[in-house]
Ligand binder design. Structure first.
Ligand SMILES: Nc1ncnc2c1ncn2[C@@H]1O[C@H](COP(=O)(O)OP(=O)(O)OP(=O)(O)O)[C@@H](O)[C@H]1O
Ligand SMILES: [Mg+2]
Length: 260
């Protein structure tokens, strides 16, 4: 991945979001501040409805904050998005059914007008990275769920964003596949050197993968605690028995139970 750019630093400062609907207003996010260093892997964890997706959407310029400021390597989210510095992976892989895996990965590059040979070269490089090189010409429905997720990750990396935002990407997978996907994601993250914002409901998954876990309290959301995870890398499944793993998961569980 020699021509891939590095990650980007994210600053979230006093960000709030109030939704106004016909049934009234919802203060979804209240005064959230945190920093994500370039190249780190930060998980957001917190009870359902606490505002994780809203925060991720504001970082990715899919939603504007009501107040506060977000910067990505010093740029506003809309400028960063215009410069293709942000990639998204959602809970469902949302691949285009009638396009091959390769053509799904090149989709964002079509929009950018990349020449055909260059698109193909980039897509094959990424499919190789996610272990799908042999499936380039398959259609999405010929892949397993985990393989579809890997294709979606390759697509999100196609235009080389510094930031990868993943909103519960593995929620629909069985536990064994989920663990495997997590470790594959870490390998991709280490190789491509991206900044990852990862949303999950699994405390164990967050601790096993992250450099820092950000625990959010229920509505209105604020950052309750940043828990640095000091386990060495590469992370391995045996880390689940490590005292530091057990300590971090216990601490996070206690925090979430207080706010559930
Ligand atoms: N477009 C919207 N319009 C109105 N309210 C919204 C909108 N999007 C989110 N909300 C509200 O904001 C709050 C936070 O929602 P959000 O989706 O960010 O939570 P979440 O932490 O991602 O939850 P989950 O873990 O269930 O995915 C909720 O009360 C939700 O109803
Ligand atoms: Mg959500």
């Amino acid at each position: 991945m020699t021509d891939m750019g590095a990650g980007a630093a994210i600053h979230v400062e006093h960000v709030s979001k109030t939704f106004v609907t016909k049934d009234g207003t919802t203060e979804a996010v209240a005064d959230v501040s945190f920093d994500v260093p370039s190249g780190s892997f930060v998980s957001l964890i917190g009870p359902s409805g606490c505002g994780k997706t809203t925060v991720a959407r504001m970082i990715g310029d899919l939603l504007a904050p009501t107040s506060g400021e977000i910067t990505i390597d010093g740029e506003s989210p809309s400028v960063a998005r215009g410069h293709r510095r942000i990639g998204f992976v959602f809970q469902r892989p949302t691949l285009v059914a009638w396009r091959s895996v390769l053509k799904n990965v090149t989709l964002p590059l079509d929009v950018l007008g990349w020449p055909r040979a260059k698109k193909r070269e980039r897509a094959m490089e990424l499919l190789d990275l996610v272990g799908l090189a042999d499936f380039a010409n398959h259609r999405p429905d010929q892949l397993s769920g985990g393989m579809q997720h890997r294709a979606a990750i390759a697509r999100a990396l196609s235009y080389d964003p510094g930031v990868l935002i993943m909103d519960e990407p593995f929620g629909a997978l069985d536990l064994i596949t989920r663990d495997r996907m997590g470790f594959e994601l870490l390998r991709i993250w280490a190789e491509a050197k991206k900044t990852v914002i990862f949303i999950t409901h699994s405390i164990e998954e967050a601790v096993l993968l992250s450099t820092t876990v950000l625990a959010m309290a229920a509505r209105p959301t604020y950052v309750q605690e940043l828990v640095p995870i000091t386990l060495e890398r590469p992370r391995v499944v045996e880390h689940r028995q490590d005292p530091r793993f057990l300590q971090a998961t216990a601490k996070l569980r206690e925090m979430l139970e207080q706010n559930g």
